[in-house]
Design a protein around this ligand. Structure first.
Ligand code: PBG
Length: 343
């Protein structure tokens, strides 16, 4: 009978047993644990999403994301400079568009001088060594908060793709390195790729939001970009159903055939199985997005003292590596990079 924790009886030793297999040998000392460790999170795995707002000298807190702010372009440049000095390879820029600039068709998305384009140009100019990822989708620009054009309550696919192509070209011309279509319209990766080639923008990468699920975990992000108050209905006619896994394979097949250079799974932690399957099946550069709701959830527990931040953040991020991710989009990127640099 086992008596865990009871220890041997006083004055005697446990009967000798011969255990050839003792996994604990490799865990005994720090040097041994380091020597057998299979997956390691490094600064090179991090992509930092950051929010941009108009004005100068602005650092506006996002209530549902403690520690996250919306930066005016000048502040964003400073923040990106720090990220680059820590060795973070890329940032993902998301605009908070002034409500007065939002309309039914998201026309501000096509303005070559819109906020995200201004941010791209400023960052490229001042921090040329860092990679810039920008989102292609209409939700920061539409008055209804959807990622596409809406007609009688329906999100139009092919008409939206035409607009997304123009949006992608505007961003690529502003200096963005990686176009990240997050809209989940059918055929958009191929259409964007074709247009980039036709314009001679052959080096612009596409990171497809391949398996993007209709998720409750995006709530705080929608606060950050100001689309939560206006969003009518939900995004279930274009984002994936969380009951599905095979469908992610079909989405990835399409995105890769259409010219994606990298694929992504989103949200992150609740979808590690999908991440693992896609990496195993396709062997593509594959990324996870630890989304706003995951960030908020962890921060809420840290604030209450229920979880230990220094332990849980690297553990959560290393899980993505273990599942097969080549990198992670995370709002924790800067603090993790600092910790990794100090270690
Ligand atoms: C926009 C977009 C969203 C996120 C990234 N791009 C929100 C959405 O689809 O509603 C979510 C990111 C996050 O929650 O951190 N299409």
């Amino acid at each position: 009978a086992s008596s865990i924790g009871a220890g041997p009886p006083q004055g005697s030793r446990p009967a000798a047993v011969h255990r050839a297999v003792r996994p604990r040998r490799n865990r005994r000392a720090d040097w041994a644990r380091r020597l057998v460790r299979e997956n390691l999170l490094g600064v090179d795995d991090l992509i930092w999403p950051l929010f941009v707002v108009s004005g100068t000298g602005v650092r506006e807190p996002v209530a549902s994301m403690p520690g996250v702010v919306r930066h005016s372009v000048d502040e964003a440049v400073k923040a990106v400079q720090e990220a680059a000095s820590l060795g973070i390879p890329a940032v993902a820029l998301f605009p908070y568009t002034d409500p007065s600039l939002r309309d039914e068709t998201g026309s501000e998305a096509l303005n070559a001088d819109n906020l995200v384009c201004r941010a791209c140009r400023a960052v490229k100019d001042r921090v040329p060594e860092i990679g810039i990822v920008t989102d292609v989708a209409l939700d920061p620009y539409t008055s209804h908060g959807h990622d596409g054009l809406m007609e009688n309550g329906r999100i139009l696919n092919d008409e939206t793709v035409e607009v997304l192509v123009r949006q992608a070209l505007v961003q690529a011309n502003a200096g963005c390195d990686v176009i990240a279509p997050s809209d989940m319209m059918d055929g958009r990766v191929g259409a964007i790729r074709e247009a980039l080639e036709a314009e001679g923008l052959i080096d612009t990468q596409i990171m497809a939001y391949t398996a993007k699920y209709a998720s409750g975990f995006y709530g705080p992000f929608r606060d950050a970009v100001g689309s939560s108050a206006t969003l009518s209905g939900d995004k279930r006619t274009y984002q994936m159903d969380y009951g599905n896994s095979d469908e992610a394979i079909r989405e990835a097949e399409a995105d890769i055939a259409e010219g994606a250079d990298m694929i992504m799974v989103k949200p992150g932690m609740p979808y590690l199985d999908i991440l693992h399957r896609l990496k195993q099946t396709f062997g593509m550069p594959t990324y996870a997005y630890q989304v706003s709701g995951e960030y908020a959830m962890l921060c809420a527990a840290f604030e209450r003292g229920w979880l230990d931040r220094e332990r849980c953040v690297p553990e959560a991020l290393t899980a993505f590596k273990r599942a097969g991710a080549d990198g992670v989009l995370t709002y924790f990127a800067v603090e993790v990079a600092r910790a990794l640099n100090d270690a």
